[in-house]
Design a binder for this molecule. Structure first.
Ligand code: GLU
Ligand code: ZN
Length: 324
């Protein structure tokens, strides 16, 4: 069974790049008679925006990218469909905690009691020596009695992954091909923060596994996080999904499309009067090359034509003139 997911963080608007991710997830799922899941990644509490989830659901539906599972709006209230819920990460905190504790028990993760001041000090020393900032492993070797003492003293702590310091992490990306990363360059990153919330990297892996996602399709900016994700799958003994990263979207200056480049919110283009069909058609061609002269595709036609062997690695130029 093919299962893809679009996993936005609710920021209050839909970025052009996110619409492309959602579209490609949708196209790949539909092409393979699979399931398109919407999951809300809202564990970064500082970024919480009211109504953002409603807005997201609505705009996806407006573009015809109806999720088969995930939050939906019924009778103007947010509810859910699908049997892998909850699909909103802030409602899954207990699940993340349980899996993090499992890794601690298996010594694949550990409690870290370092204070912000200490970590700041370490970072300073590293930058003075000209080495990249990295957790120095101070709490990697704490023994059970020390840990118990710290916890019963109520000391705040995070949970960090114990990353192997040698060897390679490798995988085959549907777009970028075979990729290798040196483990020594990977940090013992935090899985659960001191407030009990998971970090993106951890929650993302747990959910992709539990929601039985077969293909993770997302922007190139997550390529460098993927080895961390694969290490987590390995730590749990789970088979990782297939990954496909989509090329950067570039502005007229051939820089990553950002707020500095002009409008990046899909809502802005809709407001200006661009037709949704035109926007979708245009966005589909950001990185996907049908290898024909043909330029006009309906959503159904895109489903029929879409394939990853026609997705390029090179940056995709966001050409507003062409959109016009
Ligand atoms: N929540 C991430 C985002 O905001 C999702 C990344 C992913 O698809 O793994 O884009
Ligand atoms: Zn520590």
């Amino acid at each position: 069974m093919f299962r893809t997911r679009f996993a936005p963080s609710p920021t209050g608007y839909l970025h052009i790049g996110s619409l492309r991710t959602a579209l490609f997830c949708y196209l790949f799922a539909k092409k393979n008679k699979g399931v398109f899941v919407l999951r809300i990644e809202d564990t970064d509490r500082e970024r919480y925006v009211a109504d953002a989830v409603e807005k997201l659901i609505k705009i996806l539906n407006d573009f015809g990218l109806h999720p088969d599972e995930g939050p939906t709006i019924e009778k103007s209230k947010v509810s859910e469909k699908g049997k892998f819920g909850p699909y909103v990460q802030s409602e899954r905190l207990e699940i993340y905690k349980k899996y993090a504790e499992q890794l601690v028990k298996e010594e694949k993760a550990y409690y870290c009691f370092c204070t912000a001041e200490r970590l700041e000090q370490v970072k300073k020393q590293q930058s003075e020596k000209g080495v990249p900032p990295c957790y120095d492993g101070h709490c990697r070797g704490l023994d059970q009695s020390e840990i118990k003492k710290e916890i019963s003293a109520g000391r705040p702590h995070v949970i960090r992954q114990r990353v192997p310091k040698t060897g390679l992490t490798e995988y085959d990306d549907l777009v970028y091909g075979h990729l290798q990363f040196k483990n020594e360059l990977l940090d013992d990153s935090i899985l659960i923060k001191s407030d009990g919330y998971p970090v993106y990297n951890f929650a993302n892996v747990i959910d992709d596994h539990l929601m039985e996602i077969s293909h993770v399709i997302r922007g190139e900016e997550f390529l460098s996080s993927t080895p961390k994700h694969i290490m987590l799958y390995n730590a749990f003994g789970w088979t990782p999904p297939v990954f496909a990263h989509l090329p950067l979207i570039l502005d007229a200056k051939r820089q990553k499309l950002s707020k500095r480049s002009g409008d990046v919110a899909v809502e802005e283009y809709v407001k200006k009067g661009y037709l949704k069909e035109a926007l979708l058609n245009f966005i589909a061609l950001l990185g996907w090359n049908p290898k024909t002269e043909r330029e006009i595709f309906s959503l159904e036609e895109l489903v029929a034509e879409f394939a990853f062997d026609k997705v390029n690695k090179g940056g995709a130029f966001f050409d507003v003139t062409k959109l016009d």
